[in-house]
Design a protein around this ligand. Structure first.
Ligand SMILES: CC(=O)N[C@H]1[C@@H](OP(=O)(O)OP(=O)(O)OC[C@H]2O[C@@H](n3ccc(=O)[nH]c3=O)[C@H](O)[C@@H]2O)O[C@H](CO)[C@@H](O)[C@@H]1O
Length: 356
């Protein structure tokens, strides 16, 4: 099969696209894949590292308020549609898939206009702007939450789960914490604020980081690539204990996640799909800065099922963070219960096949 796929901006859109590619290559190893992404998003680095052919487009998002920048946005979009048409003519794909983010809007729209079969995947329960726009033009729509179905034309939409969930659930991991200087025998807490790191979570961790030295668990603190240097600067005069590892980013999350005892982080759609696919106990701090507060909705669905605890961002600080982590790390029974409840919510038989 010849596939053009596009998903951009943040990890939540990129990793589901990579899961689709991995699945397709397992089924049809001779497939030709082209990833079209934005110049500015995380995808350039992530996709190229995987050895997948990547073409960047220059594109930017709409400002929700009246802004002169929106004229530039429209002009860049139209140029990207034109470039996408050329890319499609050259590559001759059998299908074009979009997994969200502005860039996928241009690519999938161009394909639909050229009558190439198109499909989009929506990870969130609240539909993103790009997918809402594309839903009028595409042939099929796969959604990761049942709740998203009603927001799309009924004839096109199908619940398929999140392809990334199936990928992590199928992973046979031989990852060892000792490969990053930690112990293989200690229970491990992984703290990360989505694919880009979250300043409020980072500050709370920095405030309490010395206290982790007195604990019998270990902590992996992922700052986000762009925030790492700043955090290391803040930590210059602070003694970080041996049981804490500070990292800018984790490239091999599917291998790492099965070895984690507790996750502390945001509740973006793809993180939630991973957490529930594996049944990992979690403390979730929803981002209040996202469309229709969808991360709080994501979080509550887990909290109501006893699968996670929530700390609202205004209540987050070093003390509340440490208290919640300690509470769960001391209570093996509660963690086990959370793990079971979480796993019950996981959708790991996502119909990736449907997407290709
Ligand atoms: C601020 C913002 O707009 N956030 C949105 C964005 O979040 P974002 O992309 O951060 O969130 P997600 O939780 O959906 O996905 C993060 C992905 O990055 C991976 N990861 C993260 C850190 C790391 O070091 N290594 C790594 O591989 C995670 O395992 C996961 O696969 O897209 C999501 C899916 O559309 C939305 O629900 C979020 O609301």
């Amino acid at each position: 099969m010849r596939l053009i796929i596009s998903g951009g901006g943040t990890g939540g859109h990129i990793y589901p696209a990579l899961a689709v590619i991995e699945d397709l290559l397992q089924q049809e190893p001779d497939s030709e894949i082209l990833y079209v992404g934005s110049e500015r998003g995380l995808e350039g680095g992530i996709v190229k590292k995987q050895g997948i052919k990547f073409i960047p487009l220059e594109i930017q998002g709409f400002k929700r308020s009246l802004s002169i920048e929106n004229f530039k946005t429209v002009s860049l979009f139209l140029k990207s549609v034109k470039k996408s048409k050329q890319i499609i003519r050259d590559f001759r794909p059998d299908v074009v898939i979009g997994t969200g983010g502005y860039v996928s809007g241009a690519v999938v729209y161009a394909a639909a206009r050229m009558k190439v079969p198109t499909l989009i995947h929506e990870q969130n329960s609240v539909v993103g702007l790009t997918n809402k726009f594309l839903s009028r033009f595409v042939d099929k729509i796969g959604v990761g939450f049942e709740a998203a179905k009603g927001q799309f034309p009924a004839k096109k939409v199908e619940f398929v789960g999140n392809p990334r969930a199936q990928q992590v659930a199928n992973m046979k991991s031989d990852f060892k914490w000792s490969s990053i200087g930690l112990s293989d025998d200690k229970r491990t807490v992984l703290i990360f604020g989505g694919s880009q790191g979250a300043p409020r979570i980072n500050s709370a961790v920095v405030d309490t980081i010395t206290k982790f030295s007195q604990r019998d668990y270990q902590v992996v603190f992922v700052t986000g690539q762009k925030r790492y240097d700043g955090i290391m600067q803040e930590l210059t005069n602070i003694k970080v204990a041996d049981n804490v590892k500070v990292l800018p980013y984790i490239d091999n999350m599917p291998s790492v996640l099965p070895k984690v005892d507790l996750i502390v982080g945001r509740s973006g759609a793809t993180s939630i799909a991973e957490i529930t696919a594996l049944g990992i106990p979690a403390i979730l701090i929803p981002s209040p800065y996202v469309t229709a507060d969808h991360q709080t909705k994501n979080t509550l669905s887990l909290v109501e099922n006893d699968a996670a605890l929530m700390i609202k961002e205004p209540e987050l600080n070093g003390e509340s963070l440490l208290k919640s982590i300690d509470h769960l790390m001391l209570d093996n029974q509660q963690r086990e219960h959370m793990a079971e409840q979480s796993k019950k919510m996981g959708v790991v038989d996502s119909a990736i096949g449907y997407l290709t």
